[in-house]
Design a protein around this ligand. Structure first.
Ligand code: PLP
Length: 500
């Protein structure tokens, strides 16, 4: 394009309303020139007209043209040569890419893991296998419409208005101190955790907390006890860290190690004592003592994952296992995924006093934590009482949904299915007898637009428990009974030739 016609070409572009009307003029001129460069209409080395002549020809102020040129210069689309004007740069920031970037998902192929390490293969094992479509009873989905978005935005804005420079840095020394103080107080009062503020570390959620424990406390080939059935994501991260997994059955008192299990000495024990995942029972006092004493005798570490104890609908709150520990063997962890939202990626890890220094530097060296501004807003959210209010509201909503679901599923007893008696958490377990094919029943439910998970998917080995995991946090209260009745009919149809 010759110099002289650039202004004519720009006038045509601007008059064709290619850009939103609300866009400022300098921005539209910038976009038009950038587009011309990207499309090759303006070749590398082309000299642009002077700002003065362009401003005359386009009838806009010279400052408007200067602002457009400045942005093109800043982003590297054009280069200025003193005394001889502005040229289209030879090395373009976007490499003259004309094709939009594809957003299509790449289908996994059998050879896709070629070249991955053993750790990489273990980590990538579940990729693409899970559908992320959310349906009314999808387990693990919360009701984000309950989240006080306006309030949260106000608290974030308050931090951004005049941010203390330290908030923009990496998160040092275990995280933002006022947040660690607020968490310590909450855990001391609500969960009977025995701690000082120094023992609290802010992490990017439970998954990262478990990863940190595995990396800092175990070596490749060490043994880890896990609950069976149990939390598959914890299993994955332990496996990726090279741990040899040893499944331990659960009964109605929680993790239930047998004599044979006791002989398989672990370095790490992962457990969910307040609300066994996914079955929901609370670990009994006797079992807690047994586990703590055993861990001390073998110098094993216990990871206590207290992921949803905010959602206990009746009875007193359950005390933490950590609070009973006299020997500093328990690492306690919690998350803001359930009470705030999963994408916040914030959780906490309470480590025994003798591990504080190593964990703080381990966290810093391995993760380079950050998001301190969000940590500061969260500290205000807790300190100003919004956290407690939000939990109270969620608890009421979820308790009501749970009751409605229990009511509409009650008829499944006719075909020998049992509703778990547990009264907490965000999902309900419908238990089947061992010989029932729970994957088939879950598939039947999916055909009715209800995604529920087969309990056998959470187990390891031949004799997996059978049933369905049904989440009730996501569906609107007014729809629970309707969908609950559909699910009850699916279960009855799936188990119909059986007698209770
Ligand atoms: C047993 C258990 N622990 C922890 C979490 C939360 O993990 P994160 O904090 O990594 O989101 C979940 C989420 O579903 C869970 O089921």
């Amino acid at each position: 394009m010759k110099q002289l016609v650039l202004s004519e070409w720009l006038l045509t572009q601007l008059s064709q309303n290619k850009f939103p009307k609300r866009m400022p003029t300098h921005r539209r001129i910038y976009e038009a020139i950038r587009q011309a460069i990207s499309d090759g209409v303006l070749a590398s080395g082309t000299r642009l007209p002077s700002t003065r002549s362009l401003s005359d020809e386009l009838s806009v102020s010279r400052n408007t043209i200067l602002a457009a040129f400045e942005q093109l210069l800043d982003e590297g689309y054009v280069a200025a040569q003193t005394g001889s004007g502005t040229y289209v740069a030879y090395n373009q920031p976007d490499g003259f890419s004309k094709k939009p970037i594809s957003t299509a998902t790449i289908e996994p192929k059998p050879q896709d893991d070629a070249g991955l390490s053993r750790r990489g293969k273990a980590a990538a094992g579940s990729l693409n296998r899970q559908s992320h479509e959310v349906q009314p009873f999808t387990p693990g989905e919360d009701d984000y419409s309950q989240f006080p978005t306006m309030l949260w935005r106000r608290l974030l804005n308050r931090q951004w208005r005049a941010p203390d420079p330290s908030l923009l840095d990496y998160g040092h020394a275990g995280g933002y101190l006022p947040l660690r103080m607020a968490i310590a107080e909450y855990l001391r009062v609500s969960r009977a955790v025995n701690l000082t503020v120094d023992q609290v570390l802010i992490t990017a959620g439970t998954q990262q907390s478990i990863d940190l424990c595995a990396r800092l406390l175990t070596d490749h080939g060490d043994r880890a006890w896990i609950e069976n059935p149990g939390y598959w994501a914890a299993r994955r991260v332990l496996e990726v860290n090279g741990l040899q997994l040893h499944p331990v059955s659960v009964d109605n008192e929680g993790m239930a190690p047998s004599t044979k299990d006791f002989r398989a000495t672990p370095k790490l024990i992962y457990t969910t004592p307040s609300h066994q995942y996914p079955k929901g029972m609370v670990m009994s006092y006797g079992r807690r003592r047994l586990l703590l004493d055993y861990a001390e005798s073998r110098k094993a570490w216990i990871i206590e994952d207290d992921y949803d104890s905010e959602f206990r609908f009746e009875g007193r709150p359950i005390s933490s296992l950590q609070g009973m520990d006299q020997n500093a063997r328990v690492l306690y962890m919690g998350t803001f995924s359930k009470v705030m939202y999963p994408g916040i990626r914030l959780g906490y890890l309470v480590v025994p006093p003798n591990l504080v220094t190593s964990f703080k530097s381990g966290l810093y060296e391995l993760q380079r934590p950050g998001q301190v501004v969000i940590q500061a807003a969260l500290a205000d959210f807790i300190e100003e009482g919004h956290f407690a209010n939000h939990i109270r509201r969620l608890r009421q909503t979820y308790a009501e949904r749970r009751k409605l679901l229990q009511k509409s599923l009650a008829t499944v007893a006719e075909v020998g299915a049992r509703l778990s008696p547990v009264d907490s958490g965000l999902h309900l377990v419908v238990e089947f007898d061992q010989e029932v094919d729970d994957v088939r029943v879950a598939t039947m439910a999916a055909e009715h637009g209800l995604r529920v998970n087969p309990l056998s998917n959470y187990g390891i080995g031949e004799k997996r428990e059978k049933g369905l995991i049904v989440g009730y946090a996501y569906a609107a209260t007014e729809n629970i009974s309707k969908y609950g009745n559909v699910l009850a009919n699916v279960i009855k149809a799936g188990l119909k030739n059986r007698t209770p």
